[in-house]
Write a new protein. Structure first.
Lengths: 769, 210
């Protein structure tokens, strides 16, 4: 089935936040972000800004009637800075004016009197100074101390992983319209309507029932609109509350990039030990997460780094510690993969390190150590593994041996062009790692004409969740898809929702919808049974026809619905689903946190131009564990998109902050995301169809996040290509592998290292002051 | 040039946009003909110039409908479409000509409407995503995007479609490689690229007029 938004998307009639028709008298907001990354805020000079034409009022921390606090997991982030600033771009004041231009112009006229304090941008430095978001966490299994003695080979090294800008093409924004009885309607471009509701309620000091949050759809989220959408909604709400007027703020791209957090950069130290037959028997890793200036979702992201620190491998002895380090960058946040990709990159680096020294193909170590059903993850869950099956199928289907020979032959005959090949297995757990969040509700109404409308807490952002939910209802009722409509997400219809995240949205909301539809269906069958003088379990509905013992009765769906209505039978249901079986003990760091895992293997090929350092992605060929996909078109799109985003993160997307904590990669001109030219020439996706029962909706496994991590293979394929050109190359485990880094590595050597450090090359970047 | 800009900034600090217009017209004029302008300024001409250019008449045909408008000269075509005419199908992704979400046609050619001052469309034909279909019947490119799932979140889609139509019209859609090159100004963060290429190839090979 096609995405239900297809028609409106292609005709330009899909409504996003910035497209909502405005109510007369709407005012426009604009936030002043701190120009300094760390300092004492003494005073704001607003007079000049207030004299600007069309300016109505400027809000500061003093105007917040409730708590000046937007921290979700940890209460450590003010909505507006009051005495200190903690990152460049931290909102200090909110100007409201009659026009957007006037608001933005006035922002530039505000003078903030700030005494700068020392700035930390490096997570290791923050850790050394005990600047921590929370105490460190450690996952362990077996006994690494003991195991090192049994190792034939031990390797240790360091990794430096950069962040990633979300760059949803629709920027952040909110539009708040006052309602009667001191209520507010908040339109927000958010993945977490309840988080917005809670934040507005806290900052205004008003009960949650006065705040209605409405989300139609997002022009991309990728995790960036999970908690980071709260600020703009709360600022608009603050102004609307005081002024009694609708207030809108849709961020300019450069404001969005400067003020919002990104994927977490990580640094890490690893130590890996193998026995003489190349079994990985010990792995120690320490992660330094660059959380930025406030917790935001960092604790959750950190836990997923630990959960996925052994990727698809079984390692009997593991000791993994993660530090969440407070720096003076914008608070980093969720981004597709949620810390998992960083954890996986480090183990892949450790394996690549071992393989290089042992002069074997990393794929040999990777394949040998894939986790098997019955093996235990370091967090105690027992694997139901498809890792080996995916790898095998990929190796056979894509003729890995022949492919490698072709690459070797190419490299033997080309001096200035080299190809690299890499395998990337992925294992990703599905569920919110915070067990408490794994629940959802669905409200299903059947109207007397037989049409159906559904409300859930799911937010549509391109992942096709609403299409899947519609499919659930159409299938359970066995009615035409066009009888079913999905409502915009609204906190009045569905309360206390978890954000649309963790790849779990279709599962959770789909299951709740399934339950609601089934409840209505049972009641309808009773009505049919009474009217047709039979038992309810003899009644089925097939293609809108009511059957008794599989024989037509002459009744159809519509007639059945009318009959139920006249018999005063409820045609509505509100169902609640909570993922069963999952639990996790955060003291022991053991449990069964995931409903299931998604597996897959990708093989990637790149070609490097060894004169210029530029490269192209030749092919990405994947075998992916779909379970049994309920919408192959949508799922395929998710996989392709994930791969492209993952490759972008690993190769071209370079977030650059200077030492003062100012973002230098602050526009699309200085921050490159994959364009249509950067996409692999060939993307092949094959399904591993597993029929084993799982907790996914219709056994169709979640697909949002896992494919992003196939992109990690691009980094290692590039590394392999560089080594073909220069076997002595010094290739530090630093991401992304931009063409300039490739060039430096191509002409480096182990003794001298890279000839020019990267910092020296950033001076060409534009500075927006 | 950069000196002029600096001057302009000094002049504008703390003053209204109206006086900015007065002064900037004056500055431009100074650069052109110092003597004449000094005289003009003395005669209060700058006031008249500012008044005259604050709202400019604009006659433009948008999606086949003639529009007689009065607009400020600094308004971009994108803002005119979205905010004055409620044609919100054209999207703003960056406002800096870097993403392609705002692509429209002017006299059949694709342009980034965020980089186009609306006044420069005087007497021209502008087509937006809303003007592409014939009534209920989708344009072949819209249909192809639908058939090939050439989108996920849909935000870049109007720009992609408008750009794709011109990619074919310009004769730059003969191979997937060529399509990639000539569509590389339209960013899709969801990464629906391969379906976008398929959609364009499909329309090109179908041979329908675009
Ligand atoms: S909005 Fe015009 S190119 Fe991005
Ligand atoms: S479909 Fe989301 S940006 Fe292209």
């Amino acid at each position: 089935m096609k995405n239900i938004d297809a028609k409106t998307h292609v005709s330009g009639t899909s409504v996003y936040l910035d497209d909502i028709p405005l109510i007369q008298g709407t005012l426009y907001g604009a936030a002043l972000g701190s120009p300094v990354a760390h300092g004492v805020l003494h005073q704001l000079q607003l007079e000049e800004a207030l004299r600007e034409p069309d300016v109505i009022r400027i809000f500061t921390a003093a105007d917040i009637p409730g708590d000046n606090q937007i921290g979700g997991i940890i209460k450590d982030e003010p909505l507006l800075a009051s005495d200190h600033v903690h990152f460049c771009g931290m909102p200090i004041a909110f100007v409201v004016a009659r026009t957007r231009e006037a608001a933005r112009a006035a922002v530039k006229k505000i003078k903030a009197d700030i005494t700068p304090l020392p700035v930390i941008t490096d997570p290791r430095e923050a850790q050394a100074q005990n600047q921590l978001i929370m105490p460190p966490r450690t996952f362990s299994q077996g006994d690494t101390e003991q195991a090192w003695r049994e190792c034939a080979h031990v390797f240790a090294g360091a990794v430096d992983i950069n962040g990633q800008e979300h760059l949803y093409i629709e920027t952040q924004g909110a539009y708040v319209v006052p309602q009667e009885n001191n209520s507010l309607r908040v339109y927000s471009s958010t993945q977490g309507p309840t988080a917005v509701q809670r934040t507005v309620s806290t900052t205004l000091g008003q009960p949650m029932h006065r705040i209605e949050v409405v989300v139609t759809r997002l022009g991309g989220g990728f995790g960036g609109k999970e908690d980071q959408a709260n600020t703009w909604a709360a600022l608009c709400a603050l102004a609307a509350w005081h002024l009694g007027k609708p207030v809108k703020y849709a961020l300019h791209r450069m404001e969005d990039m400067a003020m919002t957090g990104k994927r977490h950069p990580y640094m890490a130290d690893y130590k890996i030990g193998l026995d003489s037959s190349l079994n990985i028997i010990a792995y120690e890793v320490t992660f330094f997460q660059n959380a930025g200036a406030a917790a935001d979702l960092s604790p959750g992201v950190l836990s997923r780094t630990l959960f996925h620190c052994t990727n698809s491998y079984y390692i009997p002895n593991v000791h993994a510690t993660a530090w969440s380090c407070r720096t003076h960058l914008p608070p980093n946040t969720a981004f597709r993969g949620f810390g998992g990709p960083q954890g996986m990159f480090v183990i892949e680096a450790a394996i690549a390190h071992a393989a290089r020294v042992l002069q074997i193909d990393a794929a040999v170590i990777q394949q040998k150590n894939l986790i098997k059903t019955g093996d235990e993850f370091p967090y105690g869950q027992i694997a139901q593994s498809e890792a080996g099956a995916c790898w095998q199928k990929a190796a056979t289907l894509y003729d890995a041996t022949g492919w490698k020979q072709a690459v070797d032959a190419f490299n033997a005959t080309h001096r200035l062009q080299k190809k690299g090949l890499a395998f990337m297995p992925v294992c990703f757990g599905i569920s919110f790692t915070n067990t408490m969040m794994n629940h959802a509700r669905s409200l299903v109404h059947v109207y007397t004409d037989g049409s159906v409308c559904i409300s859930t807490g799911a937010v549509e952002m391109g992942q096709g969740v609403n299409t899947k939910i519609l499919q659930v209802a159409a299938q359970i009722f066995s009615i035409r898809a066009d009888r079913v409509k999905l409502n915009p997400t609204n906190t009045i219809n569905i309360a206390n929702t978890s954000p649309s995240a963790a790849s779990a949205t279709a599962d959770l909301n789909g299951k709740a919808t399934l339950m609601a539809c089934n409840a209505i269906l049972e009641r309808l069958k009773e009505v049919a049974a009474t009217a047709l003088d039979t038992k309810a379990d003899a009644v089925t509905i097939v293609n809108e026809q009511v059957l008794v013992n599989r024989e037509p009765t002459g009744w159809d769906w519509q007639q059945l619905v009318s009959a139920a209505f006249t018999k005063r039978v409820s045609l509505s249901e509100h169902a609640h689903y909570a993922t069963p079986e999952i639990h996790f003990d955060t003291v022991k760091e053991k449990g069964h946190p995931f409903a299931y895992h998604v597996y897959g293997t990708a093989i990637l090929e790149v070609t490097v131009d060894c004169l210029r350092g530029i490269y192209k992605m030749d092919a990405v060929k994947v075998v992916h564990d779909f379970g049994s996909s309920m919408n192959p078109d949508i799922d395929r799109g998710q996989i392709e998109g994930g791969i492209v985003q993952g490759i972008g993160w690993m190769t071209m997307e370079e977030v650059i902050f200077d030492k003062e904590g100012r973002l230098r990669s602050n526009a699309l001109s200085t921050y490159k995301v994959p364009d249509i030219y950067a996409v692999p020439e060939e993307i092949v996706i094959d399904a591993l169809r597993s029929t084993a029962d799982n907790l996914a909706i219709f056994r169709s496994k979640a697909v949002g996040e896992p494919p992003l991590m196939y992109g990690i293979g691009a980094w290692f394929a590039l590394r392999n290509a560089i080594l073909q050109f220069n076997p002595e190359a010094d290739i530090p485990f630093i991401t992304p592998m931009t063409p300039e880094k490739v060039l430096m590595a191509l002409y480096s050597n182990k003794e001298k290292g890279i000839i020019q450090q990267h910092e020296a090359t950033t001076s060409h970047l534009g500075i927006d002051q | 040039m950069s000196d002029q800009l600096k001057n302009a900034e000094e002049y504008t600090s703390g003053t209204s946009r109206r006086s900015f217009l007065k002064q900037s017209s004056l500055i431009t004029a100074i650069a052109l003909a110092p003597n004449a302008v000094v005289k003009a300024a003395e005669e209060g001409l700058d006031e008249k110039i500012a008044a005259a250019i604050e709202q400019m008449p604009l006659n433009v045909t948008i999606n086949g409908v003639k529009q007689n408008l009065k607009i400020e000269p600094r308004v971009t075509l994108l803002d005119l479409l979205r905010e004055r005419l409620q044609l919100t199908g054209t999207k703003k992704g960056c406002d800096h000509g870097q993403c392609g979400a705002c692509t429209v046609h002017i006299d059949g050619q694709r342009v980034n409407s965020c980089l186009t001052l609306a006044v420069t469309t005087e007497g021209k034909q502008v087509t937006t995503i809303e003007g592409l279909a014939h009534g209920e019947e989708l344009h072949p490119m819209q249909q192809a995007f639908l058939d090939h799932d050439g989108f996920q979140c849909g935000y870049c889609t109007p720009g992609q479609i408008m750009s794709a139509v011109c990619c074919i019209r310009e004769g730059h859609a003969d191979s997937p490689e060529e399509i990639r090159e000539y569509m590389s100004g339209n960013i899709c963060r969801c990464g629906a690229y391969s379906n976008i290429v398929d959609a364009i190839m499909d329309v090109k090979q179908g041979g329908k007029k675009v």
